[in-house]
Design a protein around this ligand. Structure first.
Ligand code: AMP
Ligand code: GLY
Length: 424
């Protein structure tokens, strides 16, 4: 089978790397990919980053299956375009991708389906938004309705801060048009868990649980990023809690989407808060998480290509995914300035040494310069990923490998996976 992967980050490098190891997969293409992807796949530039551009590319390479990494092509309708031409693709349709594309859609959907989530108000009117604040305690959470590349959620400590955020959302100053409609919601406390399932429109098979680390600094301090590291460990959720999430969130979502005539096929990612009252959904994504994927696929112990092809054909089975029991961790090395204005072009050294130390290094923001030197080319640069017989061992291996890699301005959290140590 020839598989085409859409995207260019660490998640896509990990997907291509795992596909390359699949017996069912003969050749992997990534569009547009990155220098890391190029070590396991053929990278090709689509002539346009539109559904039609990707369709042309899939035909050109003779893809038997296309897998979509990021959310934007899904929200743009890439799956609908492929389905109209009978080309196999794994991902949700444009209508189903609204679960991620519109927070208001997602919140109203959860309300209809009885899926546990934070109490909320949605509005398109600044006055109404200000009035709605009366109904909440502080901190309060304000979310832009549309896609905002991780910048659309603001946790406000006071009424004053909330009013200023509402103003900046509606004016477009914060996230442009994505903020012209808002969700105001109750602040939840607990441990966050990323729970991702493979769905065929009717069934959902879960991957192992994982945890992201969203803020730039240790101890969950500082501004939010796309994710500074993740780990995956079966112990994150007890079997009983998995059962609760599987039934009251995942299956309920798939059932309700089907009942509403918008069957969900693709990766369904529930960002959960494990509250004292049980798991509640913070957000849905309609794709794999980045950097959760790097950790998850490091543990995957089955033919990924075959699982995706079967899911795309509507055949998800309970036993189609197998994971090694060994926990895994991905530590992100970020560029100078991230998550603010990023400096690029800093030469990177030590990747081979890091891999010799037992890690797999996934590329996110890298490129070759004119001198054929590997340099930084984005906010998140590399994902240093390792597994171990225990979580402490996995952490130790990953960090020892990180120490081999250098570039000017390198930023790294030193506490990825630490929350999981209490379970060992
Ligand atoms: P999201 O992009 O919706 O995942 O939000 C980004 C981050 O904001 C989440 O990972 C949480 O850490 C935090 N967050 C979002 N909603 C809430 C909430 N209702 N209560 C507390 N934290 C939240
Ligand atoms: N790691 C969070 C996300 O992919 O949205």
């Amino acid at each position: 089978m020839k598989v085409l992967v859409l995207g260019s980050g660490g998640r896509e490098h990990a997907i291509a790397w795992r596909l390359k190891k699949s017996a069912s997969v003969l050749q992997v293409y990534v569009a547009p990919g990155n220098p890391g992807c190029a070590t396991v796949a053929t990278c090709i530039k689509p002539h346009a980053g539109t559904p039609e551009g990707y369709l042309t590319l899939a035909r050109q390479v003779g893809a038997d299956l296309t897998v979509v990494g990021p959310e934007a092509p899904l929200v743009d309708g890439v799956v609908d375009a492929f389905q109209a031409e009978n080309l196999p693709i794994f991902g949700p349709t444009k209508a189903a991708a609204q679960l991620e594309g519109s927070k208001i859609f997602a919140k109203r959907f959860m309300e209809r389906a009885g899926i546990p989530t934070a109490g909320f108000v949605s509005t398109e009117d600044p006055k109404e938004a200000a009035q709605a604040l009366e109904r909440f305690r502080y901190p309060v959470v304000i979310k832009a309705d549309g896609l905002a590349a991780g910048k659309g959620v603001v946790i406000c400590a006071s009424r004053q801060e909330a009013l200023a955020t509402i103003q900046r959302m509606f004016s477009g100053a914060l996230v442009g048009a994505a903020g012209r409609r808002l969700v105001i919601e109750e602040f939840l406390t607990g441990e966050e868990v990323s729970y991702i399932g493979l769905c065929d429109g009717e069934h959902v098979v879960a991957m192992e649980p994982s945890q992201d680390h969203k803020t730039i600094f240790d101890g969950d301090q500082g501004p939010n990023t796309g994710g500074m590291g993740a780990y995956s460990d079966s112990r994150i959720l007890s079997p009983e809690m998995r059962d609760v999430v599987q039934k009251s969130v995942m299956q309920r979502t798939v059932d309700q989407m089907a009942a509403e005539g918008v069957p969900f096929r693709g990766f369904l990612y529930a960002g959960l808060m494990m509250t004292a009252e049980g798991p509640k959904v913070l957000e849905f994504n309609v794709r794999l998480g980045d950097p959760e994927t790097q950790a998850l696929l490091h543990r995957l112990d089955c033919d990924f290509g075959q699982a995706l092809a079967e899911a795309a054909a509507g055949r998800v089975r309970e036993d189609m995914l197998r994971f090694s029991p060994d926990p895994s961790i991905c530590v992100v090395l970020a560029a100078h300035g991230y998550p603010g204005t990023v400096r690029t072009g800093d030469p990177i050294s030590g990747i081979a040494e890091a891999e010799a130390a037992g890690a797999t290094v996934f590329h996110a923001g890298t490129r070759f310069n004119e001198q054929q030197q590997l340099v930084t080319a984005g906010g998140r640069v590399l994902g240093v990923t390792a597994s171990g017989a225990t979580l402490p061992r996995a952490i130790e291996t990953a960090y020892a490998a990180c120490m081999k890699i250098n570039f000017d301005g390198r930023q790294m959290r030193t506490d990825i996976g630490r929350k999981g140590l209490k379970r060992w």
